[in-house]
Design a protein around this ligand. Structure first.
Ligand code: NAD
Ligand code: MLT
Length: 531
């Protein structure tokens, strides 16, 4: 009999799906410490969690019989998905089961913040009748800005429209036309922070969004602005928020999520203009039943070898195709991911140009799909080879393929151009043999770089001493360079340097590099180390 460990509180309805099937032994053991989870996980075939259990690479390595991890909810930032994929463990989640709950909760937070509902209620319960102290503000006619226009962002936007607010959004991975269809104006990031009366955050937590709302953004906000975060802790820099609220750089904030949960020690709790809620976005009876039943059904299917609806790390395409096109699938996915992490502006089109005889003979569709999956994976969850083209289309991003059999510099190569309102960015790559994939061009700059692990992309003046300068900054901070390639079009002009580093480069070190006069741009890109 398959053994299932449930380590976070799940609705009984979901547990009943497993228990009543008669095929599974279900153990509900809550509040396990990391150590306890490590010592028990070896006995189980499936693990069911919400956001509290941390499934680290260490836990995954100790999970000798684990076949599936089921996340009742959306965010998988508490699971090391790459480690699970490497071990062939399926990760499933329930991306839509709590969308409405989270959207309604966001709106409840917004209204509560605008009308001082929580402090006014507490004051009356303390037997004080203070009508003048709790004057609120209206929503009508105000600008509502959402950072992220995915499932929850769109539902919240609809509710804001019903309150006759003007809705604007910042989301680079959706086209303006797709947003206009639902009556939303896409704006630049700075514009959203400057113009909004209410700002609500609806992105995932990842390297790009971590602390992406901090001191600089608070400086842009109106002093009357109110900020709501029902997405993930860590997107807002809580230390910067504390001082911004104290200084009155914004009028108030409402947080459902915190960088460290349970957030009982944060100094933010001492501020009158902060509304704090203990991560209740998805906590409705309906949503908990939906996500528990959905995740239980998927875990059951996975353990019985049947297809699942929402695999976060779906396996790749068939073995013949993998054999022939394997390196190009990996390359396209990595170039897509690279683009998503470096390109600026509003996405509108992707062009993929295939050169070489290989692509004349073979069906290139899987490569184009891999590219789309790579492009969306850093910004969305649940992107797989099945839904990536559909998600790209729904976002109004146009994909075109062109082919030529000319073998300009390489036997076969793919060049991917991403168009945004800021211009075009081209990344070209090739494969040497079956395993060795390379990035060979970024825009007009030719190079030879391994697309793997942590990579620094630097635009610098092509002058003597630049490599030494960057090497010294990294070396002084104990960061080891694994590989480095410089691409330049003309001596003395702008050059592109790609540096593979053995460990991620902290933000402060990136800032130190960016502060150098002869460096125009620096960005860190993370690519998987495996195909
Ligand atoms: P989604 O994938 O449907 O939408 C995310 C959107 O963010 C996408 O449209 C994407 O293009 C956009 N995006 C990505 N990077 C961006 C960036 N740097 N700037 C602006 N936009 C960016 O996800 P969703 O289902 O709407 O979930 C949104 C968030 O809500 C997630 O963090 C999820 O974990 C969280 N969530 C929280 C609760 C809760 O209990 N508080 C409940 C459910 C979901
Ligand atoms: C989610 O990502 O689904 C939410 O944060 C809710 C939860 O963790 O239960």
């Amino acid at each position: 009999m398959n053994k299932v460990l449930v380590s976070d509180l799940l609705s009984q309805r979901g547990l009943d799906v497993l228990i009543e099937s008669g095929d599974f032994e279900v153990d509900v053991i809550l509040n396990l410490t990391d150590k306890e989870l490590l010592s028990r996980i070896g006995d189980y075939n499936a693990l069911l969690i919400r956001s509290a259990t941390r499934v680290t690479a260490e836990v995954i390595n100790a999970a000798k019989q684990l076949k599936v991890i089921g996340r009742a909810g959306v965010g998988v930032d508490n699971i090391d998905v790459q480690a699970a994929t490497r071990k062939g463990i399926l990760v499933v989640n329930t991306p839509t089961g709590n969308t409405i709950a989270a959207a309604e909760h966001t709106f409840a937070m917004l209204l509560a913040l605008a009308r001082n509902i929580v402090p006014a209620g507490i004051s009356l319960k303390n037997r004080a009748w203070k009508r003048n102290e709790f004057i609120g503000v209206e929503l009508y006619g105000k600008v509502f800005g959402t950072v992220g226009l995915g499932r929850i962002g769109q539902e919240v936007a609809r509710r804001a429209q019903a309150f006759k607010m003007q809705v604007i959004a910042y989301d680079p991975y959706i086209s303006s036309s797709a947003a206009e269809e639902i009556g939303i104006r896409l704006v630049a990031r700075e514009t959203l922070f400057q113009e909004s009366d209410y700002i609500s955050v609806h992105t995932h937590l990842n390297a790009e969004t971590y602390h992406s709302i901090g001191e600089a953004e608070f400086t842009l906000m109106k002093p009357t602005c109110r900020l709501i975060n029902c997405a993930r802790g860590g997107i807002i820099d809580e230390n910067a928020l504390y001082y911004a609220l104290k200084k009155g750089q914004l009028a108030g904030a409402a947080l459902d999520v915190f960088e460290n949960e349970p957030a009982i020690g944060t100094p933010l709790l001492g501020l009158d203009n902060l509304l704090a809620i203990p991560h209740l976005g998805a906590s409705t009876t309906e949503a908990q039943e939906h996500v528990a039943v959905e995740v239980a059904q998927q875990v059951m299917n996975a353990l019985r070898g049947k297809p699942v609806a929402n695999a976060v790390n779906q396996p790749k395409i068939d073995s013949r195709m993998l054999d022939i096109l394997g390196p190009y699938l990996e390359l396209a996915e990595k170039i897509g991911s690279f683009h998503a992490q470096i390109v600026e502006g509003q996405f509108s089109a992707i062009k993929i140009h295939y050169s070489g005889t290989l692509f004349q003979k073979e069906d290139i569709t899987p490569i184009t799909v891999a590219l789309q999956k790579g492009l969306l994976t850093p910004v969305l969850t649940n992107v797989n080879y099945v839904n990536a083209p559909f998600l790209i289309k729904r976002r109004g991003i146009l994909v075109t393929e062109t082919k030529s059999d000319s073998e300009a510099n390489f036997a076969n190569s793919i060049a991917i151009t991403v168009t945004t309102d800021k211009g075009n960015t081209v990344i070209e790559g090739t494969a040497f043999g079956r395993k060795d994939i390379r990035i060979v061009r970024i825009n007009q700059h030719h190079m030879n770089a391994k697309p793997t692990g942590s990579i620094l992309l630097i635009y610098n003046r092509d002058q003597p001493g630049m490599i030494g300068l960057i090497g010294t900054i990294l070396g002084d901070r104990g960061i080891n360079i694994a590989d480095m390639t410089v691409g330049r079009s003309r001596i003395g002009e702008l050059a592109v340097t790609l540096i593979n580093v053995d460990s991620p480069v902290p933000r402060g070190v990136l800032q130190a590099i960016a502060a150098e006069k002869k460096i125009d741009f620096v960005k860190q890109v993370f690519l998987s180390e495996h195909g």
